[in-house]
Ligand binder design. Structure first.
Ligand code: ASP
Length: 439
C-alpha cells in the first residue's frame, strides 16, 4: 500500500507542528511520499511565509532594501531547525535566493522558495529523499500544467525511491524558470504525485477534520461530511467550501484514487473521504450547503423572445466578447437573465449594456446587484421526493425571498439566488431543515 500525504501550511508552521507531522508519517510505512506547503500561520495574526516572500520580493523588484524582510523569513526556518535540533544549514540556499531576488527572478520563483526550503527541512527531519519539484513538475510554454511530461518524469523518478519529500506549489517552465500553481496549489501537487505513483490513497492533512455540511461561520458546529463524491465536492468547492484547492481533484479522479482530508491536530478524527462513487447512504438528504455573495443579474426582456432563433447566442456573444464568464442563465418566455460575478461585470458594465442593445434589441434591460447564490448539494436528492419543496418552505418560514432557482439536470444540486442580506438566514434555514431536524 502506498499513500501520498500532503501537509498544509498550518500543519508545518512551527517545530511543534513538524513533530506531529513526523509522528503521523512514521505511524504507517505506507506514507512514503510527502508534499509540504510553506510554513503557514502559527497564530491568527501571524503571516504565512508565502506572503512574506511575496512582500520581500516586491521590495527587491523595486530596487528597495529588503534585508529586514529577508531576515524575518530566515528566522522562521531557523526557528524550526533549531527547535528540532537539526544539523542543517540553509545559508547557501538563502544566498542563492537573495541573489535571485536582486536579479529579479520573478514572483513565482520567490513564492516557490517557501515550499522548497520547507521540503529540505522536512526531508532532513524525516530522513527521506528530497526531490526538487522543478525537476519533475512541468508547465508548457503557455504556462499550463503539462500532465504527460510530468507524469512520465515523476513516475520514473519516484519508482527508484522508497520515500521522498516533494515540495508543493511549483514546477518549471520549458525555459527553466519557476512557475507556481494558484494559491493553495500544494493540494494540486499532492494530487499529481498520487496519480504518478499510482497511490492507493491521497491523504490531505490540514487544520480541520474535513468538510462540514455548512460554513461554520454561519452555523455553529455544523455536522462533518464523512463521505462525499468528487462531483458533489466540485459543486461545493466552486461555491466557496475552501478546504481543498478546486483543481486538486482532477489528477486523482482520473486515476481513481480517493482523497482523505485529515486533521494534523486531531489525527484520530476520520475526516472526509472523497470518492468517485459510493453505495454509502449520506446521513442526510443533502451532503452540504455552500454559497457566495457578490453576483449581479442582468435581466433582459423582449416580446416574442422565445420565437427568435439565436437570441441566446447573441446575448452570450456580448459577454464572451467582453471576457465575462456567466454563472447561470435562467430564462422565461420573453425574459432571459444572466448571472455574473459583480466585480468582473462592474468593470465592463457600459460596454456590455451597449453591446446587448446593439446585438439583441431588447425591450428592457434591468440590472440587479448584491445577489448571493447558495448551492444545496447532495447525491441523495435524485432519489428523494420533495427536496426542493422543503428548501423553499424553509426559506418562506424564514421570510427569505427567493430571487432565482436553478436545478442542474444531474439533480445533484439546487442553486438558489437570494439578496445578500438574506444569505446567512437562508443558509441556516436550509441547514436546520435537513440536518438539525433530519427531514
Ligand atoms: N504556500 C502556498 C500558499 O500559501 C501554497 C499552498 O500552501 O498550498 O498559497
Amino acid at each position: 500500500m502506498t499513500k501520498v500525504v500532503k501537509f498544509g501550511g498550518s500543519s508545518l508552521a512551527s517545530a511543534e507542528q513538524f513533530k506531529k507531522v513526523k509522528e503521523i508519517i512514521t505511524a504507517e510505512a505506507s506514507r512514503r511520499f510527502v508534499i509540504p506547503s510553506a510554513p503557514g500561520k502559527r497564530f491568527p495574526s501571524d503571516t504565512k511565509v508565502t506572503d512574506m516572500l511575496y512582500a520581500c520580493y516586491d521590495l527587491a523588484a523595486k530596487g528597495k532594501d529588503f534585508k529586514e524582510e529577508f531576515n524575518a523569513i530566515k528566522e522562521r526556518y531557523y526557528g524550526i531547525i533549531n527547535e528540532l535540533g537539526l544539523d542543517l544549514s540553509l545559508e547557501q540556499e538563502f544566498e542563492v535566493i537573495r541573489a535571485c531576488f536582486i536579479g529579479k527572478a520573478g514572483r513565482d520563483y520567490a513564492a516557490s522558495r517557501g515550499e522548497y526550503l520547507n521540503g529540505i527541512v522536512l526531508a532532513k527531519y524525516l530522513g527521506f529523499n528530497f526531490v526538487d519539484s522543478a525537476d519533475v513538475i512541468f508547465f508548457n510554454d503557455q504556462g499550463q500544467f503539462d500532465s504527460k511530461k510530468t507524469g512520465r518524469s515523476l513516475s520514473a523518478r519516484l519508482e527508484t525511491m522508497e520515500n521522498a519529500v516533494i515540495p508543493g506549489f511549483y514546477g518549471s517552465m520549458p525555459n527553466d524558470t519557476i512557475k507556481t500553481f494558484s494559491r493553495g496549489g500544494s493540494d494540486i501537487t499532492g494530487s499529481i504525485v498520487a496519480a504518478a505513483v499510482n497511490a492507493d490513497l491521497y491523504e490531505n492533512w490540514t487544520d480541520v477534520s474535513g468538510f462540514l455540511t455548512c460554513d461554520p461561520r454561519i452555523v455553529s458546529n455544523p455536522k462533518p461530511i464523512t463521505t462525499i463524491t468528487y462531483k458533489e465536492l466540485r459543486e461545493l468547492s466552486y461555491m466557496g467550501a475552501t478546504v481543498l484547492h478546486e483543481d486538486a481533484i482532477f489528477p486523482v479522479r482520473k486515476a481513481g484514487i480517493p482523497i482523505n482530508i485529515k486533521n494534523t491536530n486531531k489525527p484520530e478524527d476520520v475526516g472526509t473521504m472523497i470518492v468517485e462513487s459510493t453505495s454509502q447512504k449520506p446521513a442526510y438528504t443533502i451532503t452540504g450547503i455552500a454559497g457566495k455573495k457578490g453576483f449581479t443579474v442582468i435581466n433582459i426582456e423582449k416580446d416574442m423572445m422565445n420565437a427568435e432563433i439565436g437570441f441566446g447566442r447573441k446575448v452570450l456573444e456580448v459577454f464572451e466578447k467582453n471576457g465575462i464568464c456567466f454563472e447561470h442563465m435562467p430564462s422565461g418566455i420573453d425574459t432571459m437573465s444572466v448571472v455574473v460575478h459583480q466585480q468582473e461585470f462592474a468593470d465592463k458594465e457600459q460596454e456590455i449594456l451597449a453591446g446587448l442593445h446593439r446585438n439583441c434589441h431588447p425591450d428592457t434591460i434591468d440590472i440587479e446587484t448584491d445577489l448571493a447564490l447558495i448551492a444545496v448539494v447532495g447525491r441523495a436528492m435524485k432519489s428523494n421526493r420533495g427536496t426542493a419543496g422543503r428548501i423553499f418552505s424553509a426559506l418562506a418560514h424564514a421570510h427569505v425571498n427567493v430571487k432565482m432557482i436553478d436545478q442542474g439536470s444531474s439533480e445533484l444540486n439546487i442553486i438558489i439566488g437570494v439578496s445578500e442580506d438574506d444569505f446567512e438566514i437562508a443558509n441556516k434555514a436550509i441547514y436546520d431543515i435537513f440536518v438539525e431536524t433530519k427531514l
